[in-house]
Structure formats: structure tokens, C-alpha cells
Write a protein that binds this ligand. Sequence first.
Ligand code: KIV
Ligand code: ZN
Length: 386
Amino acid sequence: MSNNNIQIFDTTLRDGEQVPGCKLNSEQKVVIAEQLDTLGVDVIEAGFPVSSPGDFKSVEAISKIVKNATVCGLTRAVENDIKVAAESLRFANKPRIHTGIGTSESHILHKFKSNRDAIIERAFEAVKYAKSFVEDVEFYAEDAGRTDNEYLARVCEAAIKAGATVLNIPDTTGYCLPSEYGAKIKYLKENVKGIEKAILSCHCHNDLGLATANSIEGVINGARQIECTINGIGERAGNTALEEVVMVLKQHPYLNLDTNINTSMLYGMSQLVSDSMGIYTQPNKAIVGANAFAHSSGIHQDGVIKNRATYEIIDPKDVGVTESAIVLTARSGRAALAYRAKNVGYELTKLQLDDVYANFLSFADRKKEINDNDIHQIIETSNVYQ
Ligand code: KIV
Ligand code: ZN
């Protein structure tokens, strides 16, 4: 792994599956995990094994079939959680235990009714115990986004001392600004003793719509892993969207940060997760939404027909979408109509096009979107064709 390679840690099957109303059965999880492995993710967080016998079974089944990726199980800083996770991961080629504890004032005082030193002690003991089962242990400092940097650095140092290989810095509540989250990562990189023994990981939530921006700021400032989900699904407003961070890095090569993701699988992966979970993807969703490569206004259509790059920064084929769509509506112009007419077999002269276009507009004012059948009808009923 080069120092500029960003590890993609997919948590669709754990944090993503925490979406209200969504439930995947073990078979569906195995299918998704197999596809994630082929997609090229580096880590698959397969579940929270102690949470239910079903989740334990899923993590175990995924551990057996995943060939390349590390398989990870989540735990609290609780001995039994860690023991159960280790057992569920026993068949994995590359097992990882992901353990941790809340570190913000609100977690320490209200959730744990504890104090700062006692939390550090629990973090240390949890990592040390996890380390007795597996070599690869990731530590999370829950609500790190609202934890003061000095204390967070002390927690991270304790986790490294106990043997953590990855330090996860979650913005659990999606509160941070990109500049703030980037500065936090930079601070830890520069101030945590022993940081060279571990990598920093970004785990951002999308409550303010900043999860992607925060994760990108995190890796620009030295983190080397991004935790994310397909379609950005997850609790509340969701997690960082895998397809977004991967394409941001790909489309900005001067950042000199790459991933191992086969981007041409992104659209198919999005469809698989959305169909399996029964969670509809919003049409304007970046990268994988139905309208991500659709052009409907006349000015844009004219530009795209002349040269795709006028209004597209991504080649749709790069993410597995066959081609851009020129959608015909009452806002479309002659160029789009001629283009779509040609696709269904009509070469219109300029004169014919003027006449067909007038017919098209009156049709399009009545119907939201014009399909191929409508085009035939519009042309055949135009004066020039009678
Ligand atoms: O958002 C979060 O803090 C988490 C941790 C449990 C890793 O999902
Ligand atoms: Zn989370």
C-alpha cells in the first residue's frame, strides 16, 4: 500500500444497516459483501456480532466467503462484546476487531457517568483485550467530532500503546465543519505520540450535509482510511457516501490520493443496496442518482450534444452508467429533439425540424416527459409528414 492510497472501509452492513425500517437477512448481506469485495473495498464492516444471534451469523458467514478484504466486527469497550466478535470472525482471512468508547463530555458525563481518566483506562483495556484475539484492532473515539483535541490525543495515545492499528475519529453527530474536522486530523497527526504505528480514519455523519467534504478534508490532512456506505445510507441523515468520496479523489488527481475501487461497479452496487434494503435513492443523488447524468434544459442539452464535457465532469461509463440521458421536456430545444429523433430513426432537415418542434412543444406542455413512442407520434402527426 502506497502512502497515498486511501483505504476504503465500507460500513453499509453495520452503520448503514442502522437505517430505520431497514433489515437485511443474512443471505442478502452475504451477496452484498461478495460484491463489495469485488468492488475493491479494503475493509468490510460486517456487523455488530454481540447485538443479535442473526448479526453474529451474518458476520460469520461473511468471514467465510470474503476473499480479499479485511472483515471487521464492531464492539463496545466491553469484554464479552470483544470475545463474541472474535469468535464470529474466526474464519476470516483478515479479521479486524473495531472497539471503542465515547470521548466527548456528553458521553463521559451523561452516557457513562464517568470521568476522563477512567475512559482512557477502558479504551486501553478494550484494545489490549481485542489484541489478544487478532492482530488488527481499530479503536473508535465515539463523538470525537465534539471531543477537545488535547484529550482526544491522550485517548489515541493510550489506544496505540495497547496495540491499535487504526484510530477512528468519528464525527458521530455530523457537527464539524470541514475546516474543523481537517484541523482535528492534522492536530492528531502532529501531536499523538506513536502515531506512526497507526493510521487515522475518517468516519463522518451527514447531519449537516458535510460528511463527504469532512472526509475529504480528513484525508487531505493525513488520514488514510475513509469509513463510508453505499448511497450514504445510515442513521439519521446517513454516513459518508462511498461513491462520492471515491469519485472526488478520482476526479481530482492533483490531490495525489487514490483508492482501490473499481469505479465502473458503482452504479450497479448502488442499485443492489437500494433494491435489497428497499430504500429508494433520491434522483438528484450525486454519482448514482437517476438524474446524475440526465440533461433536460435546452441550453445544457445543446452543450452536451456538442461536447459532453461542457456540462459533465464525469464520464458516465466510469461509474457504470451506459450513457448520459437527453431528457425531452417543454424546456428542451431543437438540438435535443433532433438528437433524440435521430436515435429513433429520423434525420430531420432544418425545415422539418422547425415544424416538428412546434408540434413537440404543444405535446410537451401537456406531458411531463417525452418518450420514444411520443417522438414517433409527434413526427408522424407533423405537417411535414402528412
Ligand atoms: O458514528 C459513530 O461514532 C460510530 C462508531 C460506533 C464507530 O458509528
Ligand atoms: Zn457511525
